[in-house]
Write a protein that binds this ligand. Sequence first.
Ligand code: 5RP
Length: 272
Amino acid sequence: MDWGMQNRLARMFSATSSNSVMLAVDHGYFMGPTRRLEDVRATITPLMPYADALALTRGVLRSSVPPSSTTPIVLRVSGGATILQEDLSNEAITTAMRDASRLNVSAVALSVFVGSPHEHQSLVNLSRLVDDGEDAGMPVLAITAVGKELEKRDARYLALACRVSAEIGAHVVKTYYCDGFSKVVEGCPVPLVVAGGPRLENDRAALELAHHAIEEGAHGIDMGRNIWQSDHPVAMLKALRAVVHEKATVREALDVLDQEVGQTPAPAKLPA
Ligand code: 5RP
């Protein structure tokens, strides 16, 4: 791996824990103004100091992140379908590698839709992005998207989708935690990070998810709604850092959360 590629990965993954806490705020690219992400700048400003990377689109980067920021960026470069369509898998690459380089990002990300009507197209998109990424020294993060079919999140399916992504050349794969997750890790030769998915019943459930994922071999999280839809997003992010970087137990992470909640009032600006 060339120096530039290694350097970009080292910006996002801790040299000590080998793991990363990525904050995902790219949902608007197909969902529009998602609850508590309506004003992206307001949501991310207090969170950015605690994120190892920020996952977003170029529109949000240019409009809502100060260029003086040093938080590494994972740039979403696929899109082309919205929640108004039944099939979300009809995606293309929507941002050129030269723009990603111009924006000085640390990685580019796209969704692959294994088993969906546009499976072939999304895998060819991945292969082209990897070719461009290798030329530019830019890591590619493949997201094993399930569209609206959340029930697809089982070990057999995710192991297939992750392995195929890695075989095509993705440098990092984002997927979901599931029962039997260690099988997904075992079959994927590149680091895996896990998404949170839709808001779980409470903060504890999200900490449990992260804890199990790390215990079973994930190299971090790339989580959104279970952080910024929490009533205590900063405290939640700090508790997740304890899990991901210090291998904190769920009990220890809840202590971090409680302690932080005691110190930081919930932001008044966010809608209920
Ligand atoms: C949207 C994404 C999200 O970044 C990913 O799903 C992580 O966010 P969440 O934890 O809210 O699921 O890829 O397509």
